[in-house]
Write a protein that binds this ligand. Structure first.
Ligand SMILES: [Zn+2]
Length: 221
């Protein structure tokens, strides 16, 4: 289960801002090359002190949306949007755990039933019919989504639909649960030699292996 970000945890992370929105925006830039549905999964993150939820407030959601879909955050999301994004996030983490045989206790989704997770993804996908639109800005072409729903609702549906493509059919990706000690993130294995979500996790995992080899006691796990 995700715990709230405590003041103590923030104090223990001197590189982090004490402003939760800024922390969220920073975290949204972690693993920026992952598909957006995976980035939504990774709003549950962890460090050595605990597991955190980066989507706890409407401000968190707005910062996250601004980071993953720049220029599409009007009107601002509301409490209902936050609840729907959290439900979709938990559903995607449940399905990701299923796909990746993820046994990491710290990474377990708040949504335990795969059937409920499937229903939640379907509900989100159907919420906001939208269609792609080209935009021409500053001499460059950009893809946007148009539709009757709000920007946040369209983003939610778009992420749900994208997640279906990542999990099934010809566009299915090789989703992995990062096996580094304590990590709760997911990533797409886009290179045969990629084992970890990040270089930092790879370094920590190698250090842990080295420590295990040289300090082999029952307490060292
Ligand atoms: Zn990792």
């Amino acid at each position: 289960m995700a715990k709230r970000i405590s003041a103590g945890a923030r104090t223990a992370r001197p590189e982090s801002s004490t402003d939760s929105d800024l922390v969220t925006a920073t975290l949204a830039l972690l693993l920026p090359d992952e598909p957006v549905p995976v980035r939504l999964m990774n709003t549950i993150w962890a460090d050595r002190y605990g597991v955190y939820d980066a989507l706890e407030t409407v401000g968190n959601l707005r910062a996250w949306l601004a980071a993953v879909q720049p220029g599409q955050d009007e009107p601002a999301p509301d409490g209902g949007d936050l609840a729907r994004f959290r439900d979709l996030r938990d559903a995607l983490r449940r399905l990701a755990a299923h796909i990746t045989d993820d046994a990491r206790p710290r990474a377990a989704s708040a949504m335990t039933d795969p059937g409920q997770a499937v229903a939640e993804v379907n509900r989100a996908a159907a919420q906001a019919p939208a269609w792609p639109q080209l935009a021409y800005q500053n001499g460059r072409l950009r893809l946007t989504l148009s539709g009757q729903a709000t920007s946040a609702q369209r983003a939610l549906s778009s992420i749900a639909r994208d997640s279906m493509g990542l999990m099934t059919g010809d566009t299915r990706v090789d989703l992995r649960a990062c096996p580094a000690p304590g990590c709760v993130l997911y990533f797409v294995k886009d290179h045969p030699r990629r084992e970890w979500c990040s270089t930092a996790c790879g370094n920590r995992a190698r250090a842990a292996r080295h420590y295990d080899r040289h300090h082999r006691t029952p307490a060292d796990v």
